[in-house]
Design a protein. Structure first.
Length: 702
């Protein structure tokens, strides 16, 4: 344990005592949201993001220590573990460094060096490595080994060179030097592949060259997709002549005789045939991992912003799933998300039955007092927006609408969750219901859908799928627990993300509500089958009971702190307390300052939803016509997606406009997420250019 604590403290730069506390909590089954929210004093106030990084580092350090023990055992069993090697192994701070040390001891498949060793040429290789003999002397030495092994002189010398080439390639120091050289100076060269299409998607990459130290993740992933599709071929290039000069200066003994030429040839072969290809493969793996992590980080931040979109409360909403031939599916839900009525209209091609569609929408709007319309952004979205804009213009009914991403709606419609929630509705109507619910409460609806189906980033099918799944799950968990969940109103999907619950307990909670009625207090949660003391401890603070007579049940205050919260209310005027007063109060009540600050905040704002402080989703009544736009036109819009190279913004056209990263600000922007977020409303956007045929617009925020 001490070794693990020390290594983690070094890797994470977290105090060793805090590391011990975190590990102790994790071993007892505490979740990251619980530790971050309710054990702040024990962990020095570290936030969720750093705790997630700690969790990842913890897994890596455990693998490193396990592999270290295994390497020590394997080398020891072969009788080759000396004090110097053992010290190097124990000092190795990364798996790469550890594997470099172990490489010479690894059992290899049949290699040229292995075959030469089997023929007894190891001692000849040792003689050549010292380079203390002339060529004539070396040849005489080689003749002796050749006769013993039934080889020619040239075959014996070549065998010795093969052994030295492999020794050079396996040398940990040489591997690290070359690794650094490629990392700093290596160039990724892209050429046309066997299936290259000069007019295709990868045409602009056919003669691309870029330093690998600076290549952005999205470009590397795009290039490697082209490689998989056989349209592109890649290699990493480096000035090897300089490396060879260094080898000659540093690896050839100063007293070497003319046999040094043969020694240098062996090292050169080791570099070009073995070492460089090996490190090149390593570098591609590292580039892939780096690119994956960057892309997955973008996915996570986009998902975070999407889930944190403020809900549209207290409004009857009509969800519209647009289409051409099959018509626009309508679904009306009330203020609480209950389904009211559905219909299908055909205002778009090929039927263009505008009058019937208008009458049906007006009828629904009048009967249910519809106050907002959510239109999906898929096929026929533009034409459907035009229909509602015309309806508003001609009828003066002010049916304000907003465009909602419908990514994953079809997945939800056909899912078991969709079937269970709306068993009597057609699969197409479920999609319209989902679109409406996404406007009413984005988080509650979107957690029902696999995050990978939400269209929240680039190259999601090209990245490490396990890593992506874990990141999106962790992001959702952290946000759901930050916001809090209504124990009586939440679906099983939403409840499953609450710390300490999971799918089985979430479904048990929903079943319990059906059979025994609503939970009246947090203590009632204990009646749920399988929800024991540990699950209650982890989940209770994140579950809200708005209807409870106990005010604290509708706050983020954990039941373990109820007595403290009540005492605080009884003994202090909370409105008069200032930040300056809190340290003395914390000392008197024998509670941590951070915990006290959280309790005071929750008592001041019971039932607070952090999404309430974020900008509201904007509605519109009209549409934008691309033919009316000119260079320099000023428009407004909503950010729909943020990617490495910019952001896609809905300005009311069929296709979202692109704001390239170079047009986000007059100042240099490292990544678009530094200045923009998904669903952010942009009141002033400049049109740079348009392509009417492709319905594409380039935009600027400068």
């Amino acid at each position: 344990m001490d070794e693990l604590v020390s290594l983690l403290a070094q890797k994470t730069e977290i105090d060793a005592q805090v590391v011990e506390s975190i590990l102790s909590l994790m071993e007892k089954g505490a979740t990251i949201p619980f530790i971050s929210r309710y054990r702040k004093e024990m962990i020095g106030g570290i936030g969720e993001e750093r705790l997630r990084e700690f969790e990842e580092a913890h897994g890596y350090c455990k693998r490193l220590l396990e592999r270290r023990s295994e390497v020590l055992r394997l080398i020891g069993e072969r009788g080759r573990l000396d004090a110097e090697t053992e010290q190097s192994i124990r000092k190795a701070g990364t798996l790469t460094e550890l594997e470099d040390i172990f490489r010479p001891y690894r059992e290899k498949k049949s290699t040229r060096a292995g075959q030469a060793l089997a023929k007894g040429l190891g001692p000849l290789a040792d003689v050549l490595q010292k380079a203390g003999l002339s060529k004539e002397e070396l040849w005489r030495e080689a003749d002796a080994y050749a006769q013993e092994g039934g080889l020619s002189r040239d075959e014996a010398v070549q065998g010795a060179q093969d052994i030295l080439a492999e020794r050079f390639s396996d040398d940990a120091g040489e591997r690290e030097i070359l690794r650094r050289q490629i990392s700093r100076h290596g160039v990724l060269e892209v050429k046309p592949g066997k299936s290259f299409d000069s007019r295709g998607h990868y045409a602009h990459y056919q003669e691309h060259r870029e330093k690998i130290a600076f290549i952005p993740s999205h470009r590397y992933l795009a290039i490697m997709r082209g490689v998989r599709e056989k349209e592109l071929a890649v290699r990493i290039s480096l000035d090897q002549e300089r490396i060879l000069q260094n080898i000659y200066q540093n690896r050839i003994p100063r007293q070497a005789k003319d046999s040094a030429e043969l020694l240098f040839a062996a090292y050169k072969d080791g570099l070009k045939r073995l070492l460089f290809p090996s490190i090149e493969r390593e570098m591609h793996a590292e580039l892939k991992e780096r690119s994956d992590r960057q892309a997955i980080s973008v996915f996570g931040r986009n998902l975070s912003q999407m889930l944190m979109t403020p809900p549209v409360s207290g409004m009857v909403i009509m969800g519209v799933d647009p289409a051409y031939k099959t018509g626009c599916k309508l679904a009306v839900i009330d203020e609480n998300g209950n389904f009211l009525e559905d219909s299908v209209i055909y205002p778009t091609s090929p039927q263009k039955d505008h009058q019937t569609a208008k009458n049906r929408v007006l009828e629904l709007a009048h009967r249910h007092n519809i106050q907002g319309v959510a239109i999906g952004n898929g096929t026929a979205s533009r034409e459907t927006q035009e229909f509602f804009a015309r309806l508003n213009r001609e009828e003066g009914c002010k049916l304000k609408y907003t465009v909602v991403s419908e990514a994953g709606a079809s997945v939800y419609s056909a899912s078991k969750i969709g079937q269970r929630e709306y068993p009597d509705l057609d699969v197409t109507i479920r999609g319209a219901v989902s679109i409406a619910q996404r406007l009413r409460d984005p988080m509650a609806e979107l957690v029902k859908i696999d995050p990978k189906s939400l269209g929240i980033g680039q190259y999601q099918h090209d990245v490490d799928q396990k890593l992506l799944e874990r990141k999106l799950k962790e992001t959702t968990e952290d946000l759901v627990n930050r916001v809090g969940v209504d124990a009586n109103g939440a679906s099983a999907s939403l409840l499953s993300y609450v710390a300490g619950l999971g799918t089985r307990l979430a479904e048990n909670m929903v079943s319990d509500r059906r059979e025994n009625g609503s939970f009246r207090t947090r203590q009632d949660l204990k009646r749920v089958k399988g929800l024991g003391p540990k699950a209650f401890e982890q989940s209770a603070g994140f579950l809200r009971i708005p209807s409870s007579r106990e005010l604290l049940d509708n706050t983020g205050i954990h039941p373990e702190s109820y007595a403290l919260a009540r005492r605080l209310r009884e003994e202090y005027d909370l409105r008069a307390l200032t930040e300056h007063d809190l340290p003395a109060v914390a000392d008197r009540l024998k509670v941590g300052l951070q915990t006290l600050q959280d309790i005071v905040f929750e008592l001041d704002k019971p039932g607070f939803d952090p999404r309430e402080d974020l900008p509201r989703i904007p509605f519109r009544e009209g549409v934008t016509d691309i033919n009316e736009l000119e260079e320099g036109s000023i428009v407004s819009g909503v950010v729909r997606s943020v990617v490495d190279f910019g952001a896609f913004v809905d300005i009311g056209l069929k296709n979202d406009g692109l704001v390239h990263i170079s047009e986000l600000s007059d100042k240099k922007v490292g990544h678009p997420l530094e200045v923009l977020s998904v669903n952010q409303y942009l009141p002033r956007i400049v049109v740079l250019s348009k392509n009417v045929d492709k319905n594409q617009v380039s935009l600027s925020l400068k």
